[in-house]
Write a protein that binds this ligand. Structure first.
Ligand code: ZN
Length: 265
């Protein structure tokens, strides 16, 4: 294992021994999610966000600072912000209004959500631009049967007034297609939000592959599609008791550790 790579760090940012162990664990997992998003080519220069809600009634969030590439993010250089988007820990960088609007709105309205992930990829853009949205043509897509909300594009989300409409569009669903824009997944944990994003983004790529064949398509029955979310979420052949996302994300963190452990700094 390599520990030679150094993460970008800033002076005056508190290190792990100054931070509550629960927060530090969340920082390490969130930093891992950014590195893995980079690994899977889901990043967009310095744009887009993955956010974590810290335990407690204050609704404080961990989020990426605007200006860092996902492969530069590490546990100690993540921002800690309040509900208004202000930095709570001294940091030379800030988040952006767009990040705070989408993620802040959802975290505020749905306190049970621990992590929100948002990506744009070519396949996601293609499906987000299709009138029909995500079609139930394979198992990956059927994971999202009746669990996907849709939100109409209002331009780059810079206005605070869009927050209420984002929340209304999401309703009580865990996942959302931002039309002509990108994908949103949520989870109780970083591992859940990340692992569902893996399947949602893959479902978009699969849909493009299926439609590009130009052949007649076999559409599974509605009854079959309805069964898949529960089958998928509760699949636990070794009776570990782990919820979906935990074993998957732990395996991906081990992959990351074999490549570059600097996200843990
Ligand atoms: Zn976006």
């Amino acid at each position: 294992m390599s520990e030679k790579k150094e993460a970008i760090q800033f002076p005056n940012i508190r290190r792990s021994n100054d931070i509550d162990p629960v927060e530090w664990d969340l920082r390490v997992k969130l930093a891992a999610a950014f590195r893995l998003a980079h690994h899977f080519n889901w990043d967009l220069l310095i744009y887009n966000f993955i956010s974590v809600r810290l335990p407690g009634p204050e609704g404080h969030l961990l989020i990426n600072p605007y200006g860092l590439s996902y492969d530069e993010i590490c546990a100690s250089n993540l921002l800690k912000i309040d509900k208004e988007g202000n930095n709570l820990v001294e940091h030379p960088l800030k988040t952006t209004r767009a990040g705070f609007i989408i993620h802040g709105a959802i975290h505020d309205a749905r306190p049970e959500i621990g992590c929100i992930m948002h990506v744009h990829t070519p396949a996601a853009s293609a499906v987000c631009a299709m009138k029909e949205g995500l079609l139930p043509l394979d198992q990956e897509a059927m994971v999202f049967t009746d669990r996907l909300a849709y939100h109409e594009l209002e331009g780059i989300p810079l206005g605070l007034d869009e927050r209420a409409r984002i929340v209304e569009s999401l309703g009580d669903k865990p996942f959302m297609i931002l039309r002509n824009h990108g994908l949103v997944t949520t989870g109780k944990t970083v591992g859940q939000a990340f692992s569902y994003m893996y399947f949602l983004e893959l479902a978009c790529r699969n849909q493009l592959a299926i439609l590009s064949t130009g052949r007649e398509i076999n559409v599974p029955s509605r009854k079959i599609a309805e069964q898949v979310p529960q089958q998928f979420d509760t699949h636990d052949p070794q009776n570990t008791g782990h919820e979906f996302g935990e074993l998957q994300f732990a395996a991906m963190m081990r992959r990351l550790d074999r490549m570059d452990q600097s996200y843990r700094q």
